[in-house]
Design a protein around this ligand. Structure first.
Ligand code: PHE
Length: 534
């Protein structure tokens, strides 16, 4: 006789009842539900419809992790309450528009004066194609996307206070390196490394790759653009003089901007939502609005019999079965909450990076140089100038003249990611930052910096409710502090970009939220439904 197979859910329920949460968690691990093979990383928690019935999850923070949780848990029948300190959703996804107030800790307020329709993405600003989860929500909720141009070889890079186009930086670097290698192929030094046949072929490739002349020398090429442009009839072009190898080595763009573009998540064409990055967050918000309480800071999180109690700054409280805390570690540290010594230590060990942006409204003078977007890197403390993509015929646009960072993601030109320039720029007054930006823009676009208007600056270390841009994990912390912060603490679960391997991206926030939801589902499968006053 065949036994009727118990469903996976019944099994987990039984396990949960018999052994409590940890047994459920362990059996889920054993069943592969919590394993993290590459293919499973982007899967949604797929919580069965109705599986959350009778359970109330109090979610702290209405950034991407919190909004995604509210949406997915809601679909599974959980009741959710999202408590958000700010008057807006999105967290570090923040599009600042005309009329908005920018509050920075210990600094005067700024008021955005951009014309209607313009915005500054103070935080998240680009979406690579690899980030299928966040792109999936954009598609699901019909958020129009447009191409965000992340690389434009026409951009003028400013190193050593002497601007060159990215074309020159790229092609002269290739040419000079190809020339060097060609020279060493001519001697015998590489004979043990290569066969004579391979050497001959490599010479041919080098000539193509570096645009070398017949004699293997590099004298520049038309890849860089022209000193005198080509025209009709009697107008042949004149190519530009190549940068010397010495200059290329001195300038630092080789280790800076050029290596930034090799980052996996950074690609030439990216996406952005039309009208501001916050459109995705707001689209998800549209489906969970009734459960989100804006302007509701939380002061304390306590675990009570069979539940949790969250204390609000306004004196109120919210009770539920579980808490999903999506606040950055910088803010978790400030909550009154009983945490294990290990968790406290891990929180203390978690460092956050810096990110400071400056944006202006301006006529589109850069288009005279054929610049359609992309990044112009500099060795000055503003780090880069980021040109707007799209809206080509609009006479005006928003120019981002600083994205100065440190301690998260690869920082151009800085091997370990800890950029003192990022620190220095964040420490400047707004006016000092604006002056640095104008100076750099003047070198990139002589005579044009006076056209920049209505500056606005946001530094995430100085932004209330964030106090940092993203966690800065040293690799060895992944098995210690990071692993500790991923663990639930009783009925309190955690998510956020800092609890992912895709830090400082919306994708990481969403995926960490998925993992937290799987844990909540496992836990809740073993817990009784408790009747509680609303
Ligand atoms: N996501 C952020 C950005 O694109 C930060 C980051 C930069 C993360 C580079 C990783 C690599 O600017």
């Amino acid at each position: 006789m065949r036994r009727s197979p118990a469903t996976r859910r019944q099994f987990l329920h039984a396990m949960g009842r018999a052994g409590g949460f940890s047994a459920t968690y362990l059996s889920m691990q054993a069943m592969g539900l919590l394993a993290t093979p590459a293919s499973a990383q982007t899967t949604k928690p797929n919580l069965p419809a109705g599986s959350g019935a009778g359970k109330h999850v109090v979610i702290l923070g209405a950034g991407i992790a919190g909004l995604v949780a509210a949406y997915e848990l809601g679909k599974a029948g959980y009741r959710t309450t999202v408590l958000e300190a700010r008057g807006r959703v999105g967290g570090r996804v923040w599009s600042v528009r005309g009329g908005d107030r920018v509050e920075q800790i210990g600094r005067p307020d700024q008021y955005c004066q951009f014309q209607n329709g313009f915005y500054m993405n103070a935080g998240a600003a680009r979406l690579p194609t690899a980030h299928t989860t966040i792109l999936g929500y954009a598609r699901q909720f019909d958020v129009p996307l447009e191409v965000m141009v992340n690389v434009d070889r026409s951009a003028h890079w400013d190193y050593n206070k002497d601007a060159v186009t990215e074309r020159q930086a790229v092609n002269d670097t290739k040419g000079r390196i190809a020339e060097l290698l060609e020279k060493s192929l001519a001697g015998n030094s590489l004979d043990t490394a290569m066969t004579p046949d391979d050497k001959e072929k490599l010479k041919t490739y080098l000539a193509q790759w570096g645009a070398l002349g017949k004699d293997g020398s590099y004298t520049g090429s038309d890849r860089n653009g022209y000193k005198v442009d080509p025209g009709g009839f009697a107008h042949p072009p004149q190519t530009m003089d190549p940068l010397t190898l010495h200059r290329i080595i001195e300038d630092g763009f080789w280790g800076g901007g050029l290596s930034f573009e090799e980052t996996f998540d950074q690609q030439a064409p990216m996406f952005q939502p039309v009208g501001g990055m916050d459109r995705i967050a707001y689209a998800i918000y549209g489906h969970v609005k009734d459960d989100v309480r804006l302007n509701t800071p939380v002061t304390a999180v306590g675990q009570i019999d069979n539940g949790v109690r969250v204390m609000l700054a306004d004196g109120g409280m919210v009770e539920g079965d579980y808490v999903l805390c999506t606040l950055p570690a910088t803010m978790v540290k400030k909550l009154t909450m009983r945490l294990s010594a290990a968790k406290k230590q891990a929180l203390a060990n978690t460092l956050y990076g810096i990110s400071t942006k400056v944006a202006w409204e301006s006529p589109r003078f850069w288009q005279d140089d054929g610049i359609m977007g992309g990044l112009a890197f500099t060795d000055q403390p503003n780090a880069l100038v980021w040109y707007p993509s799209g809206d080509w015929y609009n006479p005006r646009g928003i120019l981002m003249t600083a994205y100065s960072s440190g301690g998260f993601g690869p920082t151009p030109g800085v091997a370990n990611g800890a950029s003192s320039a990022g620190q220095k720029f964040a420490g400047m007054t707004a006016d000092e930052r604006f002056a640095v930006c104008k100076d750099v823009v003047e070198r990139m676009h002589p005579g044009k910096s006076g056209l920049l208007e209505k500056p606005l600056t946001v530094s995430w270390t100085q932004t209330p409710w964030s106090e940092g841009i993203a966690a800065n994990w040293r690799p060895e912390q992944r098995t210690t502090d990071y692993a500790e912060l991923c663990k639930p603490e009783g009925r309190v679960f955690f998510a956020g970009e800092h609890l992912s391997y895709i830090g400082a991206w919306q994708e990481g926030a969403a995926l960490s939220s998925f993992e937290a939801m799987k844990l909540i589902a496992a836990r809740s499968a073993g817990d009784k439904v408790v009747t509680r006053k609303a």
